[in-house]
Design a protein around this ligand. Structure first.
Ligand code: HEC
Length: 221
């Protein structure tokens, strides 16, 4: 009895704040384990053994999956699976099997198992909201804004001056950003420190070969 009341309290804690009729998902480890076995035999051939490595079907775990299904009700996902999956035998999944598969998919999408089973009726499933990337149950409750980290790391990109098309068309005098420096292929530097009068004073201090470029982009200097 003690255990049961504890699990109910935990699941209620995550009730979606904006709609009292919605609850966060619950399922047991047994349900998810049954779903895993079923998944490997009926679904993995297309969706992949690890749920995101299938050659023939979209991932069933991770951001892409949550972008598609996050925030939707569990009965919508159940209906989708019942009516379309597996494509060659759509309509063949029993409700009980779909519930196990749902539990397995939830476990692979950030929801932890509990002691309370995932219900199977359509009405009960319609109150359950699948976690979305912006509302990850079990991590941060909905509506909470986290403070900034105490010492934000400097962003290395802040030190890089963006190069725009305008800069490439008309580069600053001291810059040589493309192969011939300007779009007209001039190959001319407007710097005036070295001129006809002093060029004869230049002497060679050293020589070396530079490495052959590994990529066929115009060198930047
Ligand atoms: C023959 C290959 C194949 C098999 C087997 C298969 N699926 Fe799919 N599944 C697909 C394809 C293709 C899509 C994409 C369909 C679409 O976008 O309309 C898909 C989509 C899905 C989606 C929606 C994913 C998304 O992000 O849109 C779910 C959930 C799903 N399948 C579950 C299952 C389950 C559960 C099984 C096993 C009972 C299964 N599938 C078996 C090919 C397969």
């Amino acid at each position: 009895m003690m255990r049961r009341s504890l699990s109910i309290r935990l699941s209620r804690k995550h009730e979606a704040a904006d709609n009292p009729n919605t609850v966060s998902p619950v399922f047991t480890e047994v349900q998810s384990a049954a779903g895993a076995i079923f998944y490997q035999s009926r679904c993995a051939a297309c969706h992949g053994k690890s749920l995101d490595d299938g050659a023939f079907a979209p991932p069933l775990t991770g951001e892409l999956f949550l972008q598609m299904w996050g925030g939707k009700r569990a009965n919508t996902l159940a209906d989708f699976m019942i009516t379309t999956m597996p494509p060659a035998a759509a309509g063949s999944l029993k409700r009980e099997e779909v519930v196990y598969l749902l539990a397995f998919l939830l476990q692979n999408n950030r929801v932890r198992p509990s002691l309370e089973p995932l219900p199977s009726s359509d009405t009960a499933l319609s109150h359950i909201v699948i976690p979305s990337p912006t509302n990850p149950y079990g991590e941060v409750a909905a509506g909470i804004t986290l403070p900034l980290p105490p010492n934000p790391k400097p962003d290395p990109l802040d030190q890089i001056t963006p190069v725009t098309s305008q800069t490439l068309r008309d580069p600053p005098d001291a810059d040589w950003l493309t192969w011939r420096r300007t779009n007209d292929d001039g190959g001319f530097s407007p710097l005036a420190q070295i001129n006809r009068d002093n060029v004869s004073h230049l002497t060679v201090l050293g020589m070396g070969t530079s490495e052959w470029p590994k990529r066929r982009h115009a060198p930047c200097a």
